[in-house]
Design a protein around this ligand. Structure first.
Ligand SMILES: C[S@@+](CC[C@H](N)C(=O)[O-])C[C@H]1O[C@@H](n2cnc3c(N)ncnc32)[C@H](O)[C@@H]1O
Length: 657
């Protein structure tokens, strides 16, 4: 059963790789091949915004997270949106008629002021930066996707159970049946395609017009996890075709009167054409058609000079016999001058180079800051200080320490499932979560379907096994991470692995204390208030979470009041903590905070977990929104303490507090 589950997910899970060069809308194509999913993308467009644009050195100060008393400062809510550089794209022309061999055609100049319909950073007038809108669109897609995966897993489970039951009955009669039959019979569904359709129905695609030239919010070097993501952003509208283009109807539009159509807006290089040549800065691209699409890279037929193959305007093109002897059209593309360098030597394999060996890391100051406590070692590097020093002043602990006088209850009833609760549709822990389990399982790692008011996990009183998907936050470190010294935020944490939305990162651990114990403490930047009630209620600028209106009688009584009291407990990671204490704040974060309950139902003492909000690529820094209320940090002499934010996000609020 477990194997069957993961097959269902693997069939539908998009896996990284290709490239694009422009933008487009979508006509949702029917599912054509699983191979489409074996792709991701990187774009060639306008120059990249630096990842760490860190304005100034922050002052050391005091404060703690999640103590919302006032509304956020208006002035810091809404920073001026960035305007994207207008970088006109060069284009070259290919005549739309059969030629053998095709002549070399020079570039057709694009009018100097032409930057495409969506070139302004806030062309949609949302008041949000284009980067943020890209992120929000991807989050919406991933949210649909995870819900649909959950739906599909449940459906598959039901089919398996039904067929297994039939099989058992048949076996009784001496006939064949059971799981093997289920594997054969269960039709494959594509949650990613369904998610795209949902977004199209809701008009939630980011860009719905095809664009020539740079696309706001998309930079050279950006990576996408799947074709579906590119479709909902409006970068490339096809599931399968490598070339997306503007057809002849654009010829009639005034703004395009100087152009020759069809004209390509975006290509995807997926690695399935054996005749492609990929040198990152120069690509020899094979036109579309004639591939058997089985992932074995084989060309089984000749290509036609039509549709997308007519639309590419490139520095050179020709027709030749491919490796299998079939006619293929070839296009030479070169990167525009002045674009930032790429992190890989091939376009289609886009994973940034994560270091292979800890010992070879530049600036290595510690092989494993956890001293062997975590599942995976966490090295620390420092290329900022001279001499380089390791992080110090704390004792590593991967679990929460409890202050004297605080008792964590362990009184709640558990479920009586066998094995994994995902296989029991009547699991009592699933009921606590609203009916479905909060997680779906991918390759035996749980992913949280959506941020929730609170997550009820299986705990000590449950009879399911230790690997049950509803114990996802208890499985320890799942990804290779590095603690590194940043230029202006002190230490930070980055990943070496691709982390997918909803994946667990860590628990925020330290010493569990009463907040009154730490009130007035100066110079402790590592205190985390347990403020689930605020999160659940969606107070002080926070987003209201799914499940916050649910009738959860087991939750603490304060949950019912409109204005919950200030948090009673906090986690102090000042002197004891894990790598979580090094995770910095960002106004545009890639992690989110999630309260989790396991052995009791007192939200005042909930576990504080961090989960991935987005696809986080290798070498990206992990960060979450500390959620400080501006002007809420006050010094002993009554002065408001301010800390500038150095997160570098286009929508940065400029201050942490
Ligand atoms: C929990 S610690 C994070 C780890 C910290 N960087 C360190 O070196 O230990 C929080 C402190 O890190 C710094 N910090 C975190 N995010 C920051 C940001 N976006 N801008 C400036 N400073 C930041 C601030 O000094 C903050 O009080």
């Amino acid at each position: 059963m477990e194997g069957m589950d993961s097959v269902a997910v693997m069939e539908v899970a998009p896996v990284p790789d290709p490239l694009f060069v422009g933008a487009t809308p979508l006509i949702p194509a029917p599912p054509e091949s699983e191979l489409v999913l074996r792709r991701s993308a990187r774009c060639l467009g306008k120059p990249r915004v630096p990842v760490y644009a860190e304005p100034e050195e922050p002052k050391q100060s005091t404060g703690r997270r999640g103590r919302p008393k006032k509304k956020r400062d208006e002035e810091n809510q809404d920073p001026a949106p960035q305007v994207a550089a207008k970088v006109p794209r060069k284009a070259a022309k290919v005549e739309p008629k059969e030629r053998k061999p095709m002549p070399v055609v020079g570039p057709e100049p694009v009018p100097a002021d032409f930057t495409g319909a969506a070139a302004e950073d806030d062309a949609l007038g949302t008041g949000k930066s284009a980067k943020l809108r890209v992120k929000e669109t991807l989050r919406a897609f991933n949210s649909h996707y995870l819900h649909l995966v959950q739906e599909e897993q449940k459906r598959a489970q039901a089919v398996i159970q039904e067929i297994a039951a039939k099989g058992a009955a048949k076996n009784k009669d001496g006939k064949k049946g059971g799981e093997g039959e289920a594997k054969e019979k269960r039709p494959s569904k594509r949650p990613d395609l369904k998610a795209v359709t949902k977004m199209q129905e809701n008009n939630s695609f980011l860009y719905t017009e095809k664009v020539l030239g740079p696309i706001p919010g998309i930079d050279v070097g950006d990576q996408f996890y799947s074709r579906a993501e590119m479709v909902v952003l409006g970068i490339h509208s096809h599931w399968l075709n490598g070339i997306d283009y503007m057809g002849m109807k654009y010829q009639e539009k005034k703004e395009y009167e100087n152009f020759t159509f069809p004209m390509a807006t975006c290509i995807v290089m997926s690695g399935i054409y054996e005749d492609d040549l990929d040198k990152a800065d120069e690509i020899i691209y094979t036109g579309q058609g004639g591939n058997d699409l089985l992932g074995n890279h084989r060309q089984i037929g000749s290509q036609q000079l039509n549709r997308g193959n007519l639309a590419l305007k490139v520095v050179d093109d020709w027709v030749q016999k491919g490796v299998q002897g079939h006619v293929v059209y070839k296009y030479k593309l070169k990167r525009l001058e002045g674009q930032p360098s790429l992190t890989t030597t091939e376009v289609r394999f886009t994973r940034a180079e994560a270091p292979r060996k800890i010992s070879e890391l530049p600036g290595l100051v510690c092989d494993d800051i956890s001293g062997g406590q975590e599942n995976i070692p966490i090295p620390a590097t420092n290329v900022v200080d001279d001499p380089p020093v390791p992080p110090s002043g704390f004792v590593y602990s991967k679990s929460l320490k409890i202050s004297k006088g605080i008792k964590i209850p362990s009184d709640c009833a558990g479920c009586d499932c066998e094995g994994d609760c995902a296989n029991n549709k009547n699991c009592s822990c699933a009921q606590l979560n609203g009916s479905d389990l909060p997680y779906v399982s991918f390759k035996n790692i749980g992913r949280l379907v959506e941020p929730k008011a609170v997550v009820f996990e299986c705990g000590a009183n449950c009879s399911c096994n230790r690997n049950c998907v509803n114990r996802t936050s208890q499985q320890g470190l799942q990804h290779r991470l590095e603690v590194f010294k940043t230029a202006s935020k002190g230490w930070g944490v980055r990943t070496w692995d691709t982390i997918l939305p909803g994946a667990p990162i860590c628990e925020y651990v330290g010493v569990l204390k009463r907040t009154e114990e730490v009130d007035g403490l100066l110079h402790n930047n590592y205190i985390f208030d347990i403020d689930c009630l605020q999160t659940m209620k969606g107070l002080d600028g926070r987003e209201k979470r799914a499940g916050s209106d649910m009738n959860m009688p087991s939750l603490h009584a304060e949950n019912d009041s409109e204005a919950p009291p200030a948090p009673e407990y906090c986690i102090d990671a000042g002197s004891v903590g894990s790598f979580a204490r090094f995770i910095n704040h960002s106004c545009n974060p890639n992690l989110f905070v999630q309260c989790v309950l396991t052995n009791h139902h007192d939200v005042k003492l909930a576990k504080v977990m961090l989960f991935a909000a987005d696809t986080i690529l290798p070498l990206q820094e992990l960060c979450y929104d500390y959620g400080y209320v501006l002007n809420s940090v006050v010094s002993a002499d009554g002065e408001i303490v301010k800390l500038p934010c150095c997160c570098g996000a286009p929508d940065c609020r400029k201050r942490l507090y």
